[in-house]
Design a protein around this ligand. Sequence first.
Ligand code: CTP
Length: 399
Amino acid sequence: MKNLKDKKILLIICGGISAYKSLETIRILKRNGCEIKTILTKSAKEFVTPLSVASLSQGKVYEDLFNVENEAEMDHIALSRWADLILVEPATANTISKLAKGSSEDLASTVILASNKPIFLCPAMNVRMWEHPSLKENLEILKLYSYKIIGPQIGEMACGEYGEGKMTEPIDIVNKINDYLYFINKNKKLKALVTAGPTREYIDPVRFITNKSSGKQGYELAKSLSRNGYQTTLISGPTNLEIESEVKVIKVETAEEMFKETQKNLPVDVAIFSAAVADFKVHEKSNLKIKKSDELTIKLEKNVDILNYISNHNSMRPKLVVGFAAETNDLEKNAIQKLKSKNCDIIIGNDVSNKKIGFDSNLNEVTIFYKNNKQEKLFVKSKTLISEEIVERINNQLT
Ligand code: CTP
């Protein structure tokens, strides 16, 4: 498991009967060259002792309280930054519920809340707890926040019942983490570019023509690509959105600026064109504000089609080109026609006639059209989850 070497793992042990298995996880991680720090929640100490964890991990064990000594040595923010990843094992129903609420009532939940690193949860609980709708709801929320869930398995439980809820075995947990690190390292060599948001085409210094677009789906795609290891550049028209510092953001206003910046940031391995680029610009922009007493006729001319241009120029074409088709009608026909005419590998068809999803909403529903005539629908879900699923498809296409 060579991807684990020199990795810094923050292991959070919660209070469940399978907490004792975390000692085995520590052994495997250590054998593979990891540096480990541990947080024991208050109830975890009923199952494993800080001394046994410290001896095996040869690293600092933080107990579940803020104390002067710990905060002076490495405060909770520094601790979350120190780690390459956080592993919560076992993740009890109580911890899952706290994390879904964004609680910061103890050291473990505070460090997780403050973290900008991948977080793996290994649930372990009784089968009825695992099947409870409230638990399922909490997990859905956590998936939305990009927590990675390992397991649980089906089997006989400590309480004697049988079913799903048994924690995944330590060797399988460590293998999953090793696979994840391998995948991220591979993607780190790859570059991605996303265009997002609307463009503005000025009529005069204060007025412009634009398209309706919040930019949310494009921003979520850039975040998801970055989380998957890609060196990501986001070329964004005007939006009110923020993005993490790992993504290089270039702000533009007009289609022409977006085109220039896109060209400057090539070559890339994958490009997603999600921007709602204005198809027309004003033929002659007035340098002075036009007065309402003025006679006004606006003559428009076509803007460059950024996606079309880049996709059809071999010297700059990314290995994988993903376009969007926002349609109010004939989604399939129009999307397939755009897939072909714009020489895309994938087109994400977006039905924008439904006022509740799509524009301005955090939800979306899309159909993915592939070059080989296949298509698949991603039913209504958050733009974050839609992005994760699209990036999963991109990962598969690039391997
Ligand atoms: N696109 C682009 N540059 C443009 C216009 C569109 O890069 N000047 C890209 C969009 O980012 C999207 C795809 O082309 O990925 C399709 O955009 P869309 O607005 O759905 O289609 P248009 O080609 O503009 O055609 P129409 O407006 O007639 O549907």
